[in-house]
Design a protein around this ligand. Structure first.
Ligand code: SDX
Length: 392
Protein backbone atom coordinates (compact mmCIF):
# COMPACT_ATOMS: atom_id res chain seq x y z
CA UNK A 1 0.00 0.00 0.00
CA UNK A 2 3.04 2.28 -0.12
CA UNK A 3 2.63 3.18 3.54
CA UNK A 4 -0.82 4.81 3.08
CA UNK A 5 -3.46 3.17 5.28
CA UNK A 6 -6.46 5.52 5.05
CA UNK A 7 -8.01 7.50 2.22
CA UNK A 8 -10.41 10.47 2.25
CA UNK A 9 -12.92 10.10 -0.64
CA UNK A 10 -13.84 13.50 -2.08
CA UNK A 11 -11.28 15.04 0.27
CA UNK A 12 -14.10 15.71 2.77
CA UNK A 13 -11.60 16.03 5.60
CA UNK A 14 -8.43 17.04 3.78
CA UNK A 15 -6.88 20.50 3.69
CA UNK A 16 -5.00 20.89 0.39
CA UNK A 17 -3.26 24.22 0.96
CA UNK A 18 -2.96 27.39 2.99
CA UNK A 19 -4.73 30.34 1.41
CA UNK A 20 -5.31 33.99 2.30
CA UNK A 21 -7.97 34.61 -0.33
CA UNK A 22 -11.43 33.43 0.80
CA UNK A 23 -12.80 32.57 4.24
CA UNK A 24 -15.82 30.28 4.64
CA UNK A 25 -17.57 29.29 7.85
CA UNK A 26 -19.99 26.50 6.91
CA UNK A 27 -21.69 26.36 10.30
CA UNK A 28 -22.36 30.09 10.51
CA UNK A 29 -22.85 30.65 6.77
CA UNK A 30 -20.07 33.23 6.51
CA UNK A 31 -18.24 34.07 3.25
CA UNK A 32 -15.51 36.74 2.95
CA UNK A 33 -13.13 37.69 0.09
CA UNK A 34 -9.81 38.93 1.53
CA UNK A 35 -11.65 39.74 4.78
CA UNK A 36 -14.51 41.71 3.21
CA UNK A 37 -18.01 40.24 3.72
CA UNK A 38 -19.85 39.04 0.64
CA UNK A 39 -22.87 41.06 1.79
CA UNK A 40 -20.89 44.34 1.67
CA UNK A 41 -19.14 43.55 -1.61
CA UNK A 42 -22.43 42.55 -3.30
CA UNK A 43 -23.93 45.89 -2.23
CA UNK A 44 -21.03 48.33 -2.64
CA UNK A 45 -18.40 46.87 -5.02
CA UNK A 46 -18.43 46.14 -8.73
CA UNK A 47 -17.17 42.95 -10.37
CA UNK A 48 -13.89 44.35 -11.74
CA UNK A 49 -12.77 45.81 -8.40
CA UNK A 50 -13.79 42.54 -6.70
CA UNK A 51 -11.62 40.70 -9.23
CA UNK A 52 -8.71 43.03 -8.37
CA UNK A 53 -9.31 42.46 -4.64
CA UNK A 54 -9.32 38.67 -4.99
CA UNK A 55 -6.24 38.53 -7.22
CA UNK A 56 -4.02 41.18 -5.59
CA UNK A 57 -5.37 41.16 -2.03
CA UNK A 58 -6.48 44.80 -1.62
CA UNK A 59 -9.36 46.94 -2.89
CA UNK A 60 -7.81 49.01 -5.71
CA UNK A 61 -7.30 52.77 -5.54
CA UNK A 62 -8.93 54.80 -8.31
CA UNK A 63 -5.62 54.83 -10.21
CA UNK A 64 -4.99 51.10 -9.74
CA UNK A 65 -8.50 50.27 -10.97
CA UNK A 66 -8.13 52.60 -13.98
CA UNK A 67 -4.81 50.96 -14.95
CA UNK A 68 -6.26 47.44 -14.46
CA UNK A 69 -9.26 48.36 -16.62
CA UNK A 70 -7.13 49.88 -19.39
CA UNK A 71 -4.62 46.99 -19.32
CA UNK A 72 -7.55 44.58 -19.77
CA UNK A 73 -9.13 46.67 -22.54
CA UNK A 74 -5.83 46.76 -24.44
CA UNK A 75 -5.97 42.94 -24.58
CA UNK A 76 -9.64 42.54 -25.56
CA UNK A 77 -8.92 41.46 -29.17
CA UNK A 78 -9.16 37.74 -29.93
CA UNK A 79 -7.11 36.36 -32.85
CA UNK A 80 -9.31 36.04 -35.95
CA UNK A 81 -8.18 32.41 -36.46
CA UNK A 82 -9.90 31.52 -33.19
CA UNK A 83 -13.14 31.84 -35.13
CA UNK A 84 -12.14 28.83 -37.24
CA UNK A 85 -12.10 26.74 -34.06
CA UNK A 86 -15.50 28.08 -33.00
CA UNK A 87 -16.85 27.38 -36.51
CA UNK A 88 -15.80 23.75 -36.15
CA UNK A 89 -18.35 23.12 -33.39
CA UNK A 90 -21.88 21.90 -34.15
CA UNK A 91 -24.60 24.35 -33.03
CA UNK A 92 -25.68 21.67 -30.56
CA UNK A 93 -22.34 21.89 -28.66
CA UNK A 94 -22.73 22.80 -24.98
CA UNK A 95 -21.28 26.28 -24.34
CA UNK A 96 -19.16 24.97 -21.45
CA UNK A 97 -17.40 22.54 -23.80
CA UNK A 98 -16.91 25.33 -26.34
CA UNK A 99 -15.56 27.69 -23.66
CA UNK A 100 -13.14 25.13 -22.23
CA UNK A 101 -11.82 24.30 -25.72
CA UNK A 102 -11.49 27.94 -26.80
CA UNK A 103 -9.73 28.85 -23.52
CA UNK A 104 -7.20 26.11 -24.19
CA UNK A 105 -6.91 27.15 -27.85
CA UNK A 106 -6.05 30.70 -26.73
CA UNK A 107 -2.66 29.35 -25.60
CA UNK A 108 -1.56 28.85 -29.19
CA UNK A 109 -2.16 32.55 -29.89
CA UNK A 110 -0.63 33.74 -26.60
CA UNK A 111 2.49 31.58 -26.04
CA UNK A 112 4.01 34.12 -23.64
CA UNK A 113 1.36 33.15 -21.08
CA UNK A 114 2.70 29.62 -20.57
CA UNK A 115 6.08 29.85 -18.85
CA UNK A 116 5.37 32.60 -16.36
CA UNK A 117 7.73 32.84 -13.39
CA UNK A 118 7.83 36.56 -12.59
CA UNK A 119 4.89 38.51 -11.17
CA UNK A 120 4.98 40.70 -14.26
CA UNK A 121 4.70 37.71 -16.60
CA UNK A 122 1.82 36.40 -14.46
CA UNK A 123 0.12 39.81 -14.57
CA UNK A 124 0.32 39.89 -18.38
CA UNK A 125 -1.25 36.40 -18.61
CA UNK A 126 -3.94 37.42 -16.11
CA UNK A 127 -5.06 40.57 -17.94
CA UNK A 128 -5.06 38.72 -21.27
CA UNK A 129 -7.39 36.07 -19.86
CA UNK A 130 -9.69 38.54 -18.05
CA UNK A 131 -9.97 40.44 -21.37
CA UNK A 132 -10.53 37.53 -23.75
CA UNK A 133 -12.64 35.18 -21.60
CA UNK A 134 -15.87 37.25 -21.79
CA UNK A 135 -15.41 37.51 -25.57
CA UNK A 136 -15.20 33.71 -25.85
CA UNK A 137 -18.12 33.24 -23.43
CA UNK A 138 -20.28 35.58 -25.53
CA UNK A 139 -19.11 33.86 -28.73
CA UNK A 140 -20.34 30.53 -27.29
CA UNK A 141 -23.82 32.05 -27.00
CA UNK A 142 -23.74 33.66 -30.44
CA UNK A 143 -22.82 30.25 -31.89
CA UNK A 144 -25.75 28.64 -30.08
CA UNK A 145 -28.12 31.28 -31.47
CA UNK A 146 -26.55 31.33 -34.98
CA UNK A 147 -25.85 35.03 -34.62
CA UNK A 148 -22.84 36.96 -35.99
CA UNK A 149 -20.10 37.56 -33.40
CA UNK A 150 -19.90 40.89 -31.59
CA UNK A 151 -16.38 42.16 -30.79
CA UNK A 152 -17.44 44.43 -27.94
CA UNK A 153 -17.01 48.13 -27.25
CA UNK A 154 -14.15 49.28 -25.02
CA UNK A 155 -16.00 52.44 -24.10
CA UNK A 156 -18.33 50.28 -21.98
CA UNK A 157 -17.66 48.85 -18.52
CA UNK A 158 -16.54 45.24 -18.15
CA UNK A 159 -19.96 43.73 -17.44
CA UNK A 160 -21.89 45.97 -19.86
CA UNK A 161 -19.42 45.12 -22.63
CA UNK A 162 -19.99 41.42 -21.92
CA UNK A 163 -23.75 41.97 -22.06
CA UNK A 164 -23.39 43.81 -25.39
CA UNK A 165 -21.30 40.98 -26.88
CA UNK A 166 -24.03 38.57 -25.77
CA UNK A 167 -27.16 40.50 -26.74
CA UNK A 168 -26.37 43.16 -29.40
CA UNK A 169 -28.43 42.86 -32.58
CA UNK A 170 -26.55 43.32 -35.89
CA UNK A 171 -28.83 46.03 -37.23
CA UNK A 172 -29.87 47.85 -34.05
CA UNK A 173 -28.14 50.28 -31.68
CA UNK A 174 -27.27 48.50 -28.42
CA UNK A 175 -29.06 49.68 -25.27
CA UNK A 176 -29.66 47.99 -21.89
CA UNK A 177 -31.39 48.82 -18.58
CA UNK A 178 -28.84 49.71 -15.92
CA UNK A 179 -30.72 47.36 -13.52
CA UNK A 180 -29.85 44.41 -15.75
CA UNK A 181 -26.11 45.26 -15.68
CA UNK A 182 -26.32 45.79 -11.90
CA UNK A 183 -28.00 42.39 -11.45
CA UNK A 184 -25.35 40.58 -13.54
CA UNK A 185 -22.56 42.47 -11.74
CA UNK A 186 -23.94 41.35 -8.35
CA UNK A 187 -24.31 37.72 -9.48
CA UNK A 188 -20.74 37.65 -10.81
CA UNK A 189 -19.44 39.04 -7.49
CA UNK A 190 -21.35 36.35 -5.57
CA UNK A 191 -19.76 33.62 -7.71
CA UNK A 192 -16.24 35.07 -7.71
CA UNK A 193 -14.50 32.66 -5.31
CA UNK A 194 -15.27 29.89 -2.86
CA UNK A 195 -11.98 28.53 -1.45
CA UNK A 196 -11.04 24.95 -2.42
CA UNK A 197 -14.17 23.79 -4.30
CA UNK A 198 -13.95 21.13 -7.01
CA UNK A 199 -13.10 23.43 -9.94
CA UNK A 200 -10.66 25.58 -7.95
CA UNK A 201 -8.88 22.46 -6.72
CA UNK A 202 -8.70 21.40 -10.38
CA UNK A 203 -7.16 24.75 -11.37
CA UNK A 204 -4.61 24.42 -8.56
CA UNK A 205 -3.58 20.86 -9.33
CA UNK A 206 -3.26 21.44 -13.10
CA UNK A 207 -1.41 24.69 -12.38
CA UNK A 208 0.90 22.90 -9.95
CA UNK A 209 2.51 21.09 -12.91
CA UNK A 210 3.29 24.58 -14.36
CA UNK A 211 1.04 23.85 -17.33
CA UNK A 212 0.23 27.59 -17.48
CA UNK A 213 -2.76 29.75 -16.50
CA UNK A 214 -4.96 29.20 -19.57
CA UNK A 215 -4.57 25.39 -19.44
CA UNK A 216 -5.41 25.43 -15.72
CA UNK A 217 -8.53 27.54 -16.23
CA UNK A 218 -9.64 25.38 -19.17
CA UNK A 219 -9.50 22.37 -16.81
CA UNK A 220 -11.41 24.32 -14.15
CA UNK A 221 -14.18 25.06 -16.65
CA UNK A 222 -14.56 21.34 -17.32
CA UNK A 223 -14.78 20.57 -13.60
CA UNK A 224 -17.38 23.32 -13.07
CA UNK A 225 -19.52 21.88 -15.89
CA UNK A 226 -20.63 18.89 -13.82
CA UNK A 227 -24.24 18.95 -12.47
CA UNK A 228 -22.98 18.30 -8.94
CA UNK A 229 -20.98 21.57 -9.15
CA UNK A 230 -21.61 24.65 -11.30
CA UNK A 231 -23.76 22.70 -13.75
CA UNK A 232 -26.36 22.56 -10.96
CA UNK A 233 -27.69 26.03 -11.90
CA UNK A 234 -28.83 24.65 -15.26
CA UNK A 235 -30.12 21.45 -13.62
CA UNK A 236 -32.16 23.49 -11.09
CA UNK A 237 -34.14 25.29 -13.78
CA UNK A 238 -34.64 22.05 -15.71
CA UNK A 239 -35.93 20.47 -12.47
CA UNK A 240 -38.24 23.42 -11.69
CA UNK A 241 -39.55 23.38 -15.28
CA UNK A 242 -40.24 19.63 -14.98
CA UNK A 243 -42.16 20.23 -11.74
CA UNK A 244 -44.13 23.07 -13.35
CA UNK A 245 -44.98 20.91 -16.39
CA UNK A 246 -45.92 18.10 -14.02
CA UNK A 247 -48.65 20.24 -12.43
CA UNK A 248 -46.41 21.87 -9.82
CA UNK A 249 -46.45 18.76 -7.62
CA UNK A 250 -43.40 19.46 -5.43
CA UNK A 251 -44.28 16.61 -3.01
CA UNK A 252 -43.62 14.01 -5.72
CA UNK A 253 -40.15 15.43 -6.36
CA UNK A 254 -39.38 15.70 -2.66
CA UNK A 255 -40.25 11.99 -2.34
CA UNK A 256 -37.98 11.17 -5.32
CA UNK A 257 -35.13 13.16 -3.74
CA UNK A 258 -35.45 11.11 -0.53
CA UNK A 259 -35.79 7.74 -2.24
CA UNK A 260 -32.40 6.02 -2.08
CA UNK A 261 -33.36 3.85 -5.05
CA UNK A 262 -33.93 6.98 -7.13
CA UNK A 263 -30.78 8.78 -8.37
CA UNK A 264 -32.76 12.06 -8.48
CA UNK A 265 -31.41 14.78 -6.19
CA UNK A 266 -33.03 18.10 -5.35
CA UNK A 267 -30.72 20.23 -7.48
CA UNK A 268 -29.60 23.46 -5.86
CA UNK A 269 -29.82 21.91 -2.39
CA UNK A 270 -27.00 20.78 -0.15
CA UNK A 271 -23.38 21.76 0.14
CA UNK A 272 -20.11 20.17 1.22
CA UNK A 273 -19.22 23.05 3.51
CA UNK A 274 -22.39 25.02 4.30
CA UNK A 275 -24.41 23.18 6.92
CA UNK A 276 -26.55 26.28 7.21
CA UNK A 277 -27.95 28.67 4.62
CA UNK A 278 -25.50 29.46 1.79
CA UNK A 279 -25.15 33.25 2.31
CA UNK A 280 -25.03 33.72 -1.45
CA UNK A 281 -28.40 31.97 -1.84
CA UNK A 282 -29.95 34.39 0.63
CA UNK A 283 -28.74 37.42 -1.34
CA UNK A 284 -29.69 35.90 -4.71
CA UNK A 285 -33.20 35.02 -3.48
CA UNK A 286 -33.80 38.70 -2.55
CA UNK A 287 -32.25 39.83 -5.85
CA UNK A 288 -34.54 37.47 -7.78
CA UNK A 289 -37.62 39.18 -6.31
CA UNK A 290 -36.08 42.62 -7.03
CA UNK A 291 -35.05 41.92 -10.64
CA UNK A 292 -38.32 40.22 -11.59
CA UNK A 293 -40.21 43.09 -9.93
CA UNK A 294 -38.14 45.72 -11.81
CA UNK A 295 -38.69 43.90 -15.10
CA UNK A 296 -42.37 43.26 -14.36
CA UNK A 297 -41.90 39.49 -14.81
CA UNK A 298 -44.16 36.92 -13.12
CA UNK A 299 -42.26 33.63 -13.32
CA UNK A 300 -44.23 30.64 -11.93
CA UNK A 301 -40.91 28.85 -11.57
CA UNK A 302 -39.91 31.32 -8.82
CA UNK A 303 -43.05 30.42 -6.86
CA UNK A 304 -42.30 26.70 -7.29
CA UNK A 305 -38.73 27.31 -6.06
CA UNK A 306 -40.00 29.11 -2.96
CA UNK A 307 -42.52 26.31 -2.31
CA UNK A 308 -39.81 23.66 -2.64
CA UNK A 309 -37.51 25.58 -0.28
CA UNK A 310 -40.27 25.91 2.33
CA UNK A 311 -41.10 22.18 2.15
CA UNK A 312 -37.45 21.13 2.36
CA UNK A 313 -36.75 23.36 5.36
CA UNK A 314 -39.59 21.59 7.20
CA UNK A 315 -38.72 18.06 6.05
CA UNK A 316 -36.74 15.89 8.53
CA UNK A 317 -34.75 14.21 5.71
CA UNK A 318 -33.38 17.59 4.62
CA UNK A 319 -33.19 19.11 8.09
CA UNK A 320 -31.30 16.10 9.54
CA UNK A 321 -28.79 16.26 6.64
CA UNK A 322 -28.56 20.06 6.89
CA UNK A 323 -29.54 20.45 3.24
CA UNK A 324 -30.26 24.10 2.42
CA UNK A 325 -30.57 25.98 -0.87
CA UNK A 326 -27.11 26.75 -2.30
CA UNK A 327 -25.83 29.40 -4.68
CA UNK A 328 -27.30 27.55 -7.67
CA UNK A 329 -30.88 27.37 -6.44
CA UNK A 330 -32.12 30.87 -7.30
CA UNK A 331 -29.46 32.19 -9.69
CA UNK A 332 -31.02 30.59 -12.77
CA UNK A 333 -34.31 32.39 -12.11
CA UNK A 334 -32.55 35.72 -12.54
CA UNK A 335 -30.59 34.55 -15.60
CA UNK A 336 -33.90 33.44 -17.15
CA UNK A 337 -35.44 36.85 -16.48
CA UNK A 338 -32.43 38.40 -18.28
CA UNK A 339 -33.08 36.20 -21.36
CA UNK A 340 -29.89 34.22 -20.82
CA UNK A 341 -30.39 30.74 -22.34
CA UNK A 342 -30.33 27.90 -19.78
CA UNK A 343 -27.26 26.29 -21.40
CA UNK A 344 -25.37 29.53 -20.73
CA UNK A 345 -26.09 29.53 -16.96
CA UNK A 346 -22.92 27.63 -16.08
CA UNK A 347 -20.94 29.90 -18.42
CA UNK A 348 -22.19 32.80 -16.26
CA UNK A 349 -20.91 30.89 -13.22
CA UNK A 350 -17.54 30.39 -14.96
CA UNK A 351 -17.22 34.11 -15.78
CA UNK A 352 -18.01 34.94 -12.16
CA UNK A 353 -15.52 32.37 -10.84
CA UNK A 354 -12.73 33.41 -13.23
CA UNK A 355 -11.13 35.96 -10.84
CA UNK A 356 -11.23 33.42 -8.00
CA UNK A 357 -9.61 30.73 -10.13
CA UNK A 358 -6.94 33.24 -11.23
CA UNK A 359 -6.33 34.41 -7.64
CA UNK A 360 -5.95 30.83 -6.40
CA UNK A 361 -3.66 29.88 -9.33
CA UNK A 362 -1.48 32.97 -8.70
CA UNK A 363 -1.26 32.25 -4.93
CA UNK A 364 -0.31 28.62 -5.65
CA UNK A 365 2.47 29.74 -8.04
CA UNK A 366 3.77 32.56 -5.80
CA UNK A 367 3.81 30.15 -2.86
CA UNK A 368 5.84 27.75 -5.03
CA UNK A 369 3.47 24.90 -4.07
CA UNK A 370 4.79 21.43 -5.03
CA UNK A 371 3.16 19.47 -7.87
CA UNK A 372 -0.05 17.85 -6.65
CA UNK A 373 0.48 14.10 -6.42
CA UNK A 374 -1.60 12.21 -3.79
CA UNK A 375 -1.06 8.50 -2.96
CA UNK A 376 -3.53 5.57 -2.74
CA UNK A 377 -4.34 2.37 -0.87
CA UNK A 378 -3.66 -0.41 -3.43
CA UNK A 379 -6.39 -3.08 -3.58
CA UNK A 380 -5.40 -4.84 -6.82
CA UNK A 381 -3.72 -8.20 -7.61
CA UNK A 382 -0.43 -9.38 -6.07
CA UNK A 383 2.50 -10.23 -8.37
CA UNK A 384 1.57 -12.79 -11.07
CA UNK A 385 3.44 -14.26 -14.08
CA UNK A 386 2.53 -13.40 -17.69
CA UNK A 387 0.51 -16.07 -19.59
CA UNK A 388 0.72 -16.65 -23.33
CA UNK A 389 -2.60 -16.09 -25.05
CA UNK A 390 -2.81 -19.85 -25.74
CA UNK A 391 -2.79 -20.45 -21.97
CA UNK A 392 -5.49 -17.90 -21.05
C1 SDX B 1 -21.64 24.34 -5.99
O1 SDX B 1 -17.84 23.24 -3.02
C2 SDX B 1 -18.31 24.38 -3.34
O2 SDX B 1 -18.08 25.41 -2.70
C3 SDX B 1 -19.19 24.42 -4.59
C4 SDX B 1 -19.88 25.74 -4.86
C5 SDX B 1 -18.89 26.81 -5.27
O3 SDX B 1 -19.20 28.00 -5.11
O4 SDX B 1 -17.83 26.44 -5.85
O5 SDX B 1 -20.57 26.19 -3.71
C6 SDX B 1 -20.87 25.63 -6.02
O6 SDX B 1 -21.23 23.40 -6.60
C7 SDX B 1 -22.88 24.25 -5.15
C8 SDX B 1 -23.50 22.80 -5.12
C9 SDX B 1 -24.31 22.61 -6.40
N1 SDX B 1 -24.72 21.20 -6.53
C10 SDX B 1 -26.03 20.83 -6.36
O7 SDX B 1 -26.92 21.60 -6.02
C11 SDX B 1 -26.30 19.36 -6.67
C12 SDX B 1 -27.16 18.76 -5.56
N2 SDX B 1 -26.35 18.72 -4.35
C13 SDX B 1 -25.71 17.49 -4.00
O8 SDX B 1 -25.35 16.65 -5.04
C14 SDX B 1 -24.74 17.57 -2.84
O9 SDX B 1 -25.40 18.23 -1.83
C15 SDX B 1 -23.38 18.24 -3.04
C16 SDX B 1 -22.67 17.68 -4.24
C17 SDX B 1 -23.51 19.70 -3.19
C18 SDX B 1 -22.54 17.96 -1.78
O10 SDX B 1 -22.30 16.59 -1.74
P1 SDX B 1 -21.55 15.89 -0.49
O11 SDX B 1 -20.98 16.90 0.44
O12 SDX B 1 -20.64 14.86 -1.08
O13 SDX B 1 -22.74 15.23 0.31
P2 SDX B 1 -23.29 13.78 0.03
O14 SDX B 1 -23.52 13.57 -1.44
O15 SDX B 1 -22.44 12.80 0.76
O16 SDX B 1 -24.74 13.85 0.74
C19 SDX B 1 -24.89 13.69 2.15
C20 SDX B 1 -26.29 13.11 2.32
C21 SDX B 1 -26.55 11.86 1.47
O17 SDX B 1 -27.58 11.11 2.10
P3 SDX B 1 -27.13 9.87 3.08
O18 SDX B 1 -26.23 8.97 2.23
O19 SDX B 1 -26.42 10.51 4.24
O20 SDX B 1 -28.45 9.22 3.44
O21 SDX B 1 -27.26 14.08 1.88
C22 SDX B 1 -27.96 13.56 0.74
C23 SDX B 1 -27.12 12.42 0.20
O22 SDX B 1 -27.95 11.47 -0.49
N3 SDX B 1 -28.04 14.67 -0.22
C24 SDX B 1 -29.11 14.95 -0.96
C25 SDX B 1 -28.79 16.13 -1.66
N4 SDX B 1 -27.55 16.51 -1.34
C26 SDX B 1 -27.09 15.61 -0.45
N5 SDX B 1 -30.32 14.32 -1.09
C27 SDX B 1 -31.20 14.89 -1.96
N6 SDX B 1 -30.96 16.04 -2.66
C28 SDX B 1 -29.77 16.66 -2.54
N7 SDX B 1 -29.52 17.78 -3.25
Amino acid sequence: TGGITTIDPGYKNTGSCQSAITFLDGEKGILRYRGYSIEELAEKADFLETAYLLIFGELPTKEQLAKFDSDIKSESHVDEDMKKILDGFPKSAHPMGVLSALTSALIAFNPSTVNVDSEEEMYNAIVKLLAKFPVLAAWAMRKKKSQPLDYGDNSLGYVENFHKMMFSKPNEAYTVDKEIIAAIDKLLILHADHEQNCSTSTVRIVGSSHAGLFASISAGISALWGPLHGGANQAVIEMLEAIKNDGGDTKKYMAKAKDKQDPFRLMGFGHRVYKNFDPRAKIIKVAADEVLGQLGIQDPVLDIAKGLEKEALEDPYFVDRKLYPNVDFYSGIIYRALDIPVEMFTVMFALGRLPGWIAQWREMRLNKEPIGRPRQVYTGENLRAFKEVSER
